[in-house]
Design a protein around this ligand. Structure first.
Ligand SMILES: [Zn+2]
Length: 362
């Protein structure tokens, strides 16, 4: 039966201000209840035919409706019984899930209408030190600002929808509905940040482990770097007898580009060849062959240069790994940084200009 079709089923006991349901008081004047709205005496009408209800004794009905008392009644029932069923919850974070099962929680104490920040909370149940806030609602769910505040304060809060409470039933049925069966959801659960922190810690630990491995792999290979044999082998393999680093270098010098060899762009950690070799190759192949005004994507320059870089260094090196490598090799830079430094140097010399991801030969 919808609550609106029901006559008044709630009265107030003047002695302790508790809200009483019609089913828990004796019939007639002996119910000893007053109207929760106007305060006049009520009669409990508990006959055999009509639905049991309260009516104003003698005076005119003030028009009170069950809906306006239901919220008060729900809080009152929680205060009296000090027990509530909490719903299950699945917390999902970064592909991990924590399941919290539903529970019957018995509290040591329950307080009603508690101020919390600038908000008022319907009820707070306490057990040991953990508080649980409870909000009952009939038509209006808890507003966003309040939700955010409760979340920011990390207090577990439950929201219970009592709008379909079976008011025409007896007190036990209504009580059981409010405390156990009515739809309920977590506004916030304090286990959520705890779980997020745990997963983040695990990720951080895993990242650190990966960075250490990454750094150690790189460190093992650092001394393989540039040797004279590497240079000669590479020249023969890539360019055959006639075109090689000596040729590139000779052309660069003839064309007056020798000032563009910069030994201060440190590269000996991972280039297979000496600085004058990769730099002359880059000037010859990217600049002299392409000619003035030519626009080239930096990615293409980097790809060209990677043939002279030991494969082991053409991997992503995390910042943490870089810090670990530099504890031992303070000048170590990833190849892409070396290339960018060299391009900056060429720009300072007026050989190229850089815009976005492109270089233009000038
Ligand atoms: Zn009244």
């Amino acid at each position: 039966m919808a609550t609106t079709e029901l006559k008044l089923v709630f009265g107030k006991a003047p002695s302790n201000s508790q809200i009483m349901h019609i089913s828990e008081v004796p019939s007639g004047k002996g119910c000893n209840c007053i109207c929760p709205q106007c305060g006049s005496a009520l009669l409990a009408k508990k006959g055999k035919i009509r639905q049991h209800h309260f009516s104003h004794d003698g005076r005119k009905d003030c028009g009170i409706e069950n809906e306006s008392v239901l919220h008060l009644f729900a809080k009152n029932i929680f205060f009296r019984k000090k027990v509530i069923k909490t719903p299950k919850l699945a917390i999902n974070y970064k592909g991990h899930t924590k399941n919290i099962s539903e529970k019957i929680v018995n509290f040591d104490s329950v307080a009603l209408e508690v101020n919390f920040g600038k908000f008022r909370i319907d009820a707070i149940g306490r057990k040991d030190t953990n508080p649980l806030m409870v909000e009952f609602f009939y038509t209006h769910a808890v507003e966003d600002e309040k939700r955010q505040y409760l979340t920011s304060k990390n207090v577990s809060t439950l929201e219970i929808d009592i709008s379909n409470a079976p008011l025409g039933s007896n007190i036990n049925t209504i009580t059981s509905y409010i405390l156990h069966a009515a739809p309920r959801a977590w506004i916030h659960n304090s286990k959520i940040p705890e779980f997020i922190r745990k997963i983040d810690d695990e990720f951080e630990k895993k990242n650190l482990e990966e960075s250490i491995k990454n750094a150690n792999d790189i460190k093992l290979k650092i001394h393989i770097g540039f040797t004279k044999e590497n240079t000669e082998t590479l020249t023969r393999r890539v360019y055959g007898k006639f075109y090689g680093f000596n040729y590139f270098q000779r052309v660069c010098i003839e064309k007056g580009y020798s000032k563009l060899f910069n030994k201060n762009i440190h590269s000996d950690y991972f280039f297979k060849v000496g600085y004058e070799h990769w730099q002359s190759s880059l000037i010859y192949n990217m600049i002299i062959l392409n000619g003035f005004g030519c626009k080239i994507h930096k990615e293409k320059v980097y790809r060209f240069l990677s043939q002279y870089i030991c494969r082991d260094f053409l991997v992503h090196i995390s910042d943490t790994a870089l810090d670990i490598i530099r504890e031992e090799y303070s000048r170590f830079q990833p190849p892409i940084i070396i290339l960018n430094k060299y391009l900056e140097f060429l720009e300072e010399n007026g050989t190229i200009t850089q815009e976005d991801d492109y270089i233009t030969l000038t």
